[in-house]
Design a binder for this molecule. Structure first.
Ligand code: GLY
Length: 558
């Protein structure tokens, strides 16, 4: 298939998906999210006459209640939409922004060392949230139902409460030390100063009230008036630098997604300020020059790792907020550029990362949430939302009921100094007033002649390689359930090592990869929480699957 981008790509999608819809065979919707209550919330609003976009608002807002460690009103997200009626595809960028008073000096201690506490915990780590603006935008521009209806499940659950799962409780205990610093956070998440145990009912009436205000007033219910004043006062009292103008000035951006083709498949993914779509395009463009199906697994993995290595170098070197920095996107997406990179790959030998041109890489935080939706009309939503690290900054402003993000750490706060994961960043990703930190979130669609997939996952910089491997699984004909269960491997240029989940490689494969010069490290813990839905375009059969590493019961088709 010829390379197609921009307007041409949009038309191609219209034809591809339009014809599937014309067949009129799909009568079901599929939703996969990180929590069964969020998935059910999506179906609840579809049952009230809503479409995939209303369902996305319901799923996203309910995740903010039931999975607050990963995403929520205090964070942001990137939402990839496809509207079946006219083929419009767009990325709604609800990424957080740096406050106007951002000052890199705040992230350096008296000795001139990076102050890691300030960049990942508490008020200075929190960027201006975009989540609410994103959900309101989606509801008002793409949904069929009033916000009051789409937000109703989240409001109900926040008020009535639910019993958190083991993952929530474990992650809460992990962040207790930061949560107990702030009275609003301790009051919300701790029980008599202790991390709660199984059986605890978590209620957040303050969050219910904030959501009700948004339902009644739209964006202004959060970014102006009482909620805004409470947030700004609370952040400043805790030592931060937000202003009312930061909140009232927050705007959602609609971005043209990154699109590319791979062996007859059309892939639509996240645009900057995410690095995901560009990195995926670069990797697929490199790999498109090989007949991977004819290679043994070790050589396939070798080439995928070499593609990852090169894409991650470019990610760190070039990418940032498109409203603030110039990026060589045309070059990075060009198949000629990929051919040049391919030429530097030895068929049987690893390229040591330090032989590639020098770079500055940064890894992103790992606690984020992804959901995938396809409705009976053929509308698609891939939404990835985040508060960055587990429970974000740990700061809950009293009276609000939600934790603020620590997305400031996704900026290169201290040039050349390592971030949360021991890695430095560069000036392309410097914090500037109102700018958005570079993300790895990669909500994606995979469009083929016979099948359509919606895919994404949390997992920091590993998001990108998980989505790469997930798309390969989909292209090879795997079901969503198989794709989310596959063991994963990852390389991000530096450190120069392939991390692998248990079971990703046989002992023999490890030996062969090591003989090629690769270093491998088996991860103690699994990673990711992938959520995939698919539709067979001929039969209309819809499938949904949620990662067995998490709440595997929350991929549902109805
Ligand atoms: N905070 C994780 C990401 O945006 O990549």
């Amino acid at each position: 298939m010829k390379r197609i981008r921009g307007v041409v790509a949009a038309t191609a999608i219209l034809i591809l998906i339009g014809s599937a819809h014309a067949a009129g065979k799909a009568t079901q919707a599929g939703i996969a999210s990180a929590h069964v209550l969020a998935t059910q919330a999506g179906f609840e609003v579809i049952g009230k006459g809503g479409n995939a976009f209303d369902a996305a608002v319901a799923v996203a807002s309910t995740l903010s209640v039931v999975e607050p460690q990963s995403s929520g009103l205090g964070g942001g997200g990137l939402f990839l939409l496809h509207r079946a009626s006219d083929g419009k595809q767009v990325m709604v960028d609800a990424r957080e922004t740096a406050p106007a008073a951002v000052d890199r000096k705040d992230y350096v201690d008296a000795q001139g060392n990076a102050d890691r506490d300030h960049s990942i915990n508490g008020p200075l780590s929190a960027a201006i949230p975009g989540e609410v603006a994103g959900l309101v935008w989606i509801a008002q521009h793409y949904g069929k139902l009033p916000l009051k209806t789409s937000l109703a499940p989240a409001i109900r659950i926040a008020r009535e409460g639910f019993k958190p799962d083991a993952r929530f409780l474990k992650e809460l205990a992990m962040r207790k030390e930061v949560i107990e610093r702030y009275p609003g956070s301790a009051a919300l998440y701790l029980v008599n100063g202790r991390a709660p145990k199984a059986g605890w009912t978590f209620r957040s009436p303050d969050l219910a009230r904030v959501l009700e205000r948004v339902a009644a007033e739209g964006k202004d219910g959060f970014y102006r008036g009482e909620v805004a004043r409470t947030l700004v006062d609370g952040v400043r009292k805790a030592g931060g630098n937000w202003s009312l103008d930061d909140l009232s000035g927050y705007t959602v951006k609609e971005r043209e997604p990154i699109t590319f083709d791979y062996r007859g498949w059309h892939i639509v993914s996240a645009a900057p300020p995410s690095s995901g779509g560009i990195a995926l395009a670069e990797m697929f463009n490199i790999l498109g020059g090989y007949d991977l199906a004819r290679l043994d697994r070790v050589h396939r993995v070798h080439l995928m790792v070499e593609a990852m290595r090169r894409a991650f170098r470019d990610r760190a070197e070039y990418l940032g907020d498109p409203d603030f920095v110039q990026m060589p996107i045309t070059r990075l997406l060009s198949i000629d550029y990929a051919a040049g990179l391919r030429a530097s790959i030895h068929p049987d030998k690893a390229t040591p990362s330090d032989l590639l041109p020098p770079f500055l890489v940064d890894e992103q935080g790992s606690h984020t949430s992804h959901f995938s939706i396809i409705d009976a009309e053929g509308n698609l939503v891939a939404g990835t939302q985040t508060v960055n690290l587990i429970f974000g900054s740990g700061l809950v402003v009293p009276g609000t009921g939600f934790v603020l993000n620590d997305e400031m750490d996704d900026f290169a706060l201290v040039p050349g100094k390592p971030n949360a994961f021991g890695l430095p960043g560069n000036e392309h990703n410097a914090p500037r007033p109102g700018s958005r930190p570079l993300s790895s979130m990669s909500p994606s669609f995979v469009i083929g002649a016979d099948r359509i997939g919606v895919i994404g996952t949390p997992g920091g910089s590993r998001i990108i390689t998980m989505v790469l491997e997930g798309i390969f699984g989909f292209i090879e004909g795997q079901s969503p359930a198989q794709i989310v269960a596959n063991p994963r491997f990852h390389h991000q240029y530096l450190p120069d090592v392939i991390s692998a989940e248990k079971g990703a490689f046989t002992r023999e494969e490890v030996k062969e990869l090591e003989a090629m010069g690769h270093k491998l490290s088996e991860s103690e813990r699994p990673w990711g929480f992938m959520n995939v839905v698919s539709r067979d375009r001929k039969t209309g059969v819809t499938q949904a699957a949620s990662d067995p590493r998490g709440d595997s019961g929350s991929g549902i088709v109805k």
